[in-house]
Design a protein around this ligand. Structure first.
Ligand code: GLN
Length: 439
C-alpha cells in the first residue's frame, strides 16, 4: 500500500485530515519523494485553507506559504492538510469546524491541540512523513506528546510565517512533527531562514540540523516552577526516568529557579497576549474579503451584516477569545491587561536568558498528563482547559525552541519529554534527542 492509500484508510477511521490532495513533484533535493502534510492554517495554492474555521470556507489562496514553497523545492510531495482547532484556539483539537481527529493510540481520546491532526497523522502511519504544524502556546509540543511523536517548535523567527493564517503574530511559530527525528532535522533545515515576505523572520545562518554531533557533559536545568505542576503519575515517572538517562549519558541535572515560569503567571500572561492579538487578527474575517459571505442587502448596515456573518460562522471558543481580547485591549483596561502581560513577557525572556547563561538546556514534561478522553475534555471549563497549557506557555512566551521527545507510556498512552533550548539552540535539542534515542 502506498502512503496515499494509507492516509485515506487511516483518515476514514481517525478523521485527522482536513483534505487529501496529492500534488506530484518531480524536483530533486534533500527531501526527494518524502510525503508532507500541512496544518490547515498554512496556505497552499489552490487548496482550501480555512484554519479549521467555517468562516474561511471556500478560501483558496493564490499562493503557497514560504514553507510549502521550500519543501516542494527540495523534492517533498504535498499530500494534504490536517485538522486543527479553529484558528489554533484549543488544547485538544475539539474546537474544529470540519471534523474532530481521534487519537490513533486510543480512539476514545483526543489528539491534543491545536495541531492535533498534524501529530495524529504521523502516529497513524508507519511510513516516514513530515508534518508541518504551528504553535502559539504549545500546539506542537502538546499533540506530539499525546500521540507519541517528535515535535519541534523553533525559536520565534527561525521559520518564516509567510502564508500562515495568523493567530497571534508575536507568538506564532511554524514547526515540524514526525515519527522520525531525522526527518524533523531535515525538514527544519529546509523550512528555516529569512523570507522577505515575513519581516519577523530572522536573517541568520541555518545550522546543518541533519548533521549529527554528540553533546558532551551538558548542564541541564529542571525549572522547579514546572516540576511543581500537578503531574499524573506516569508522566512524573517517565520524566524522572528521562532525567536519569541524561545523567547516565554524562550530563549534569540540576534544579533551577526561574520565578516567572510560574504557570499561574505564564498562563495568565499568555492568554491575555494571545487573545488580544487574535481579536485584531480575526477582524479581517467580516464576510467580505475572504471565505464565507452572507447577503449584505438583508441588513441595515455593515456592523449588522458583519455581526451576523461572524455570529453564524465562528465557533464558541473563537467568540470567547474575540470578546476577551477586545476587552483586554480597550482604553481604560489596556494598561492593566495587555501592557502588563507584555511586561511579564519581557521580564520572563530576561529570566530565561539568564538561566541559559548557566544551563545548556532546560527539561520538563511536555504535558501534565496523557491525552484525556473526549468526555474528560468536554467536562473541563475554559479556564481548566487553559490550565492544561501550564508547561508549554512559558517557553512559548519566551520565544525559545522546544523539542517534544516521546519518553514512554502510561495507561497505554504516550508521554513526552520537553527539551527547551536557548534562542537559536535547535541543533542542541536535536542532538540531545538523538543521544537519548541511542541510549
Ligand atoms: N492551547 C493554547 C491556546 O489555545 C495554545 C494553542 C496554540 O499553540 N495554537 O491558545
Amino acid at each position: 500500500m502506498d502512503f496515499e492509500d494509507d492516509l485515506r484508510a487511516g483518515d476514514d477511521e481517525l478523521d485527522y485530515m482536513r483534505s487529501i490532495s496529492f500534488r506530484p513533484n518531480d524536483r530533486s533535493g534533500s527531501l526527494e519523494g518524502i510525503p508532507f502534510v500541512v496544518k490547515d492554517a498554512i496556505c497552499v495554492e489552490g487548496v482550501e485553507t480555512s484554519a479549521g474555521s467555517e468562516i474561511l470556507e471556500g478560501y483558496k489562496p493564490v499562493f503557497n506559504a514560504a514553507v510549502v514553497e521550500r519543501l516542494e523545492s527540495s523534492g517533498a510531495v504535498f499530500h494534504g492538510k490536517t485538522q486543527q482547532d479553529e484558528f489554533g484556539f484549543g488544547s485538544f483539537c475539539t474546537n474544529c469546524a470540519h471534523g474532530t481527529p481521534r487519537n490513533p493510540h486510543d480512539t476514545s481520546r483526543v489528539t491534543g491541540g491545536s495541531s492535533g491532526g498534524a501529530a495524529a497523522v504521523c502516529a497513524a502511519t508507519d511510513k516516514d512523513i513530515l508534518s508541518i504544524g504551528e504553535s502559539t502556546g504549545g500546539s506542537i509540543t502538546n499533540p506530539a506528546a499525546y500521540n507519541g511523536v517528535f515535535g519541534l517548535t523553533p525559536t520565534y523567527g527561525r521559520v518564516p510565517r509567510t502564508g500562515l493564517v495568523s493567530y497571534s503574530n508575536s507568538l506564532d511559530k511554524i514547526g515540524v512533527l514526525s515519527s522520525s527525528l531525522e526527518l524533523v532535522a531535515q525538514g527544519l533545515e529546509v523550512v528555516s531562514g529569512k523570507d522577505s515576505g515575513d519581516q519577523t523572520s530572522a536573517d541568520r545562518q541555518v545550522p546543518e540540523f541533519s548533521r549529527e554531533s554528540v553533546p558532551e557533559s551538558l548542564t541541564v536545568g529542571v525549572p522547579t516552577q514546572l516540576e511543581q505542576v500537578d503531574l499524573e503519575q506516569p508522566v512524573r515517572n517517565n520524566f524522572e526516568a528521562s532525567l536519569s538517562k541524561l545523567e547516565n549519558l554524562g550530563h549534569d541535572v540540576e534544579r533551577v529557579d526561574i520565578p516567572l515560569l510560574d504557570p499561574d503567571v505564564c498562563v495568565a500572561a499568555y492568554y491575555v497576549m494571545a487573545v488580544s492579538e487574535a481579536s485584531t487578527n480575526l477582524a479581517r474575517f467580516c464576510g467580505m474579503r475572504y471565505g464565507a459571505e452572507g447577503n449584505p442587502g438583508d441588513h441595515d448596515d455593515f456592523n449588522e451584516y458583519f455581526s451576523h456573518v461572524r455570529g453564524e460562522k465562528l465557533g464558541d471558543e473563537a467568540k470567547r477569545r474575540i470578546i476577551l481580547g477586545t476587552y483586554a485591549r480597550m482604553a481604560g483596561y489596556r494598561d492593566d491587561f495587555y501592557v502588563r502581560a507584555a511586561k511579564v513577557r519581557r521580564k520572563l525572556i530576561d529570566q530565561v536568558e539568564e538561566a541559559f547563561d548557566r544551563y545548556d538546556l532546560l527539561a520538563a514534561p511536555s504535558m501534565p498528563g496523557v491525552a484525556p478522553t473526549f468526555e474528560e475534555a468536554q467536562d473541563m471549563s475554559a479556564s481548566e482547559t487553559y490550565a492544561m497549557d501550564a508547561l508549554t506557555v512559558g517557553p512559548n512566551l519566551a520565544g525559545v525552541p522546544q523539542l517534544s521527545v516521546p519518553n514512554g507510556e502510561g495507561d497505554g498512552m504516550p508521554t513526552g519529554l520537553q527539551l527547551i533550548g536557548p534562542h537559536w539552540g535547535e541543533k542542541l535539542l536535536i542532538d540531545t534527542a538523538r543521544q537519548l534515542g541511542s541510549e
